[in-house]
Design a protein. Structure first.
Length: 105
């Protein structure tokens, strides 16, 4: 079951893609600003309110890399740890798990 996308989610996704210069942070592919092929990929599910709009919790990722990361949890953790550094990654994990409020679908 997917989580409903709000107007805030749309703004957050655009901010992440702009921050990452419309470039997939895993493979380096460049995309046009209005491309449907570049997503804001989250480390921790958008269901977790505490990190849903947290910039450390998302990167720009092309469709293929987003699918790969979501279907390979160990690789996803390794990717985000390397990208953020261990200290920031652990702080993100603590925020994600501190309060288990979830967004309703």
């Amino acid at each position: 079951m997917s989580v409903r996308r709000t107007a805030e989610d749309v703004r957050f996704s655009k901010m992440i893609r702009e921050r990452d210069d419309y470039t997939c942070q895993r493979c380096g592919s460049k995309h046009l600003p209005n491309s449907n092929g570049l997503h804001a990929a989250h480390m921790y599910s958008r269901r977790l309110k505490a990190t849903r709009q947290d910039p450390d919790n998302a990167v720009a990722a092309c469709y293929g890399c987003h699918q790969f990361l979501d279907s390979h949890p160990a690789s996803k953790i390794e990717f985000f740890e390397k990208l953020l550094g261990l200290e920031r990654f652990e702080a993100l994990a603590a925020r994600a798990h501190a309060k288990r409020d979830r967004v309703k679908a």
